[in-house]
Design a protein around this ligand. Structure first.
Ligand SMILES: *Cc1c(COP(=O)(O)O)cnc(C)c1O
Length: 363
């Protein structure tokens, strides 16, 4: 019933926005977590010819892509490979991020064929992963001189790049520049938000994730204008008339103030729609807004069709995407677009299209 329509031309438009913001940088397209819920292989196939590197979070994701025939450079952002996995990385041309001295030592003490391309991550202030700035230069030289290593790229990650009211990014940037000033390495710092508002951080490789999928991390009205890649849509299962002062759904958390029509939509938290979406969160019924009325349940949700006298069972309902920004739904559910997109569940069927979704899906 529920379908995620993935618009490949929107993906290309958003990639074009990255290119025009950072014209001198290579692109590491981040496709971790099933490409932010858009489907790992289709997104890898669509992006591979257009970008320099594809980034995953786990080695397993990278191996899966190799097995499926992707030959692009693959970077693994968040793993801690042991010796066996490092050998696998070398043989599969998978590029691991080294974020501690022990892994650097392990790499230095062994040989790998073909030699490894590694990325050395420096913790400039996020305090999640990365080596201390003071030890970065020594570890870089150690890795660069190791027989099993062909190249070391330096990287860091920003904690608050989307926040215009803090100097955290500036301080992280200064820390990175200080700790790498004597090294002639390629560098990668910027996620989507830094690509948009910190040109100083673009350097050799930018790492866009969320902006490729069409959600602007600075907010819906911020530039550049991006196009939603995923449109999540379902259908009306039922429509009923109710009188005033009637409770609707589990625990009757919503009541009608006057007589109205309630529509029941075939989507719920079992599909990945957030249960915490407030009453009043919009959906689109035949292209016009209607508010959620009552608690979102596992397989269904209820909406107030007061302004939609024409709505009938079977009509299309858009949950987010074309015409309804996922950022707006995320705000209503007190989360972020990243979480909504990555949580779309197995039950939802995916369709890949080359242009804007048609107004109603095939019956
Ligand atoms: C996820 C991730 C990115 C992409 O971040 P967006 O905010 O989605 O652009 C970049 N770099 C690293 C290290 C990441 O983990």
């Amino acid at each position: 019933m529920t379908e995620a329509v993935i618009n490949l031309s929107a993906l290309r438009t958003n990639l074009g926005a990255v290119r025009s913001l950072a014209p001198r940088s290579g692109i590491v397209a981040v496709i971790k977590a099933n490409a932010y819920g858009h489907g790992l292989l289709p997104m890898a196939r669509a992006l591979a010819p257009q970008v320099g590197v594809l980034a995953l979070a786990r080695i397993e994701e990278a191996i899966q892509l190799r097995q499926l025939g992707i030959e692009q450079r693959l970077l693994v952002l968040s793993s801690r490979p042991d010796l066996e996995q490092l050998r696998l990385c070398a043989s599969q041309a998978i590029e691991p991020v080294v974020h501690d001295a022990a892994t650097a030592r392990l790499i230095t003490r062994h040989s790998f064929t073909p030699a490894l391309h590694v990325w050395l991550k420096i913790d400039t202030g996020m305090h999640r992963l990365g080596v201390a700035p003071a030890e970065a230069a020594a570890l870089y030289r150690q890795l660069q001189g190791a027989p099993g290593v062909v190249q070391v790229t330096l990287m860091t990650h920003f904690a608050s790049a989307e926040d215009p009211d803090t100097d955290t990014t500036l301080r992280q940037l200064q820390c990175f520049n200080r700790s790498t000033s004597n090294l002639r390495a390629q560098c990668s710092l910027a996620n989507s938000a830094a690509i948009i508002q910190h040109p100083d951080a673009h350097r050799d490789w930018v790492r866009p994730g969320i902006m490729l999928y069409g959600a602007n991390p600075l907010g819906e009205n911020a530039l550049p204008a991006l196009r939603p890649v995923m449109t999540l849509r379902s259908r009306l299962l039922a429509v009923r008339d109710i009188g005033p002062n009637e409770g609707v759904g589990y625990n009757h958390i919503w009541h009608s103030s006057c007589a109205t029509r309630i529509g029941t939509v075939a989507v719920g938290y079992g599909d990945g729609y957030p249960r915490h979406a407030r009453n009043g969160t919009p959906v689109l019924v035949n292209g016009r807004r209607a508010p959620i009325a009552g608690r979102v349940s596992m397989d269904t949700m209820t909406i107030d069709l007061a302004g939609h006298p024409e709505a009938r069972p079977g009509d299309e309902v858009v949950l987010w995407g074309e015409g309804l920004p996922v950022n707006e739904i995320a705000a209503q559910a007190e989360t972020i677009a990243y979480e909504l997109l990555t949580r779309v569940s197995q039950r939802v069927s995916y369709r890949y299209v080359e242009s804007t979704p048609p107004s109603s899906f095939e019956k």
